[in-house]
Design a protein around this ligand. Sequence first.
Ligand SMILES: NC(=O)C1=CN([C@@H]2O[C@H](COP(=O)(O)OP(=O)(O)OC[C@H]3O[C@@H](n4cnc5c(N)ncnc54)[C@H](O)[C@@H]3O)[C@@H](O)[C@H]2O)C=CC1
Ligand SMILES: O=C([O-])C1=[NH+]CCC1
Length: 368
Amino acid sequence: MNSQQQNEKEEKDKRKQQHDNDVLFIKESVVRKLLNWNDCVDAMESALVAMSSASSSLSSTSSSSSSQVANRDEPFSYQTPRTFTMAGNDGVLLTMPGYAANYTLSMVTGNNEKHSTLACKLVTSFAKNSQLNPPLPTILATILLFNSSTGKLKAIVDGTDITAWRTASVSLVATKYLHRPQQNSILAIVGTGTQGRIHALAMLNYFPNAFTRINLWNRTKARADCLRDELNELFPEVEIVVVDTSVECVIDADCIVTATNSPLPLFELKDLKEDVHINAIGAGINHHSELPMEIYQFADVFIESNVGIQTELKGIAEFINGEIGEIIVGRKHLDDASGKRRTVFQSMGNAIEDGIMANLIYQKFIEL
Ligand SMILES: NC(=O)C1=CN([C@@H]2O[C@H](COP(=O)(O)OP(=O)(O)OC[C@H]3O[C@@H](n4cnc5c(N)ncnc54)[C@H](O)[C@@H]3O)[C@@H](O)[C@H]2O)C=CC1
Ligand SMILES: O=C([O-])C1=[NH+]CCC1
């Protein structure tokens, strides 16, 4: 290392020391600049692995001693089911605490340095926010990031864009492992709110040669028209079609994203291609209200984590084949012999994803 490099390193270490003493606030506009699909997908793949390690299920389902946890050097995580605090008739506050250890952010850091993260996301859902003038996002979030050795708060990170990007990134990982879109595929986006929009952008950016057409459906058609115009600008080579019904949207689709608050199923099993893949994102009356039970019954169904499913995915628990992380690490495989060629990724959203995303943003921010 020459003297200039030595000086730069000392400067950087000094800045890091300063950051350790302060509580940073990383605002929305800064978070937005630091997000990109490859880094987010890499981070979410690490999150899914950390949620599915054998140690994680041990530490999240029993009162295993902390020495048991401290001796491990593979990725693992600990999270409790999230809490829901109702705020009148229209709103709810969710608290999502989680700890992830020994995971890597190799895409971002370029090395295999191991990270540990202690964080808590606070997220509200107020369904009528979109009717305000000007409108606000329905889902608003803040992530508290702590020093995982001392418990001292080190950053408050705006979590609204993180929630959108991490949910879409987890769907990208799920789609990659459960389906792997082929060329000339058709994508259906059912519900073009925040999640539908970000999923469309995610899929087109991350699988650049797969989709030649996208069908868009939204209850209020004008919102689907807006997304069509945006996508036409960004991806002129892809045909973007706004359709009148949710059934029309999915009928010829190879890959589907459902992202609505619908309390009732939006289509039936008979409306689908045999080898379709569905990313089910929305949480109407519950996380599985957008799809009818028969789809869960006749598909391979994977989730992010078993934590919290006893309450949040109660109605479909018997149809769940496993966690995506189990497929990533090779502990589970898609069962070709089952005769089921449909796959469903039932998304729920997990604290570990938010904590790892907040750390990703923090690491990038302090390197600026
Ligand atoms: N799985 C996860 O990790 C996450 C899930 N969500 C859930 O995803 C859903 C969408 O969230 P955002 O896009 O942020 O909200 P948003 O308010 O931007 O969009 C809501 C969408 O639902 C549609 N919609 C509402 N009621 C409907 C009904 N009865 N029938 C058909 N469509 C209806 C609206 O037209 C709109 O397209 C929500 O249920 C939310 O709770 C949100 C964040 C993370
Ligand atoms: O994981 C998450 O942040 C959420 N899931 C449903 C509403 C917000």
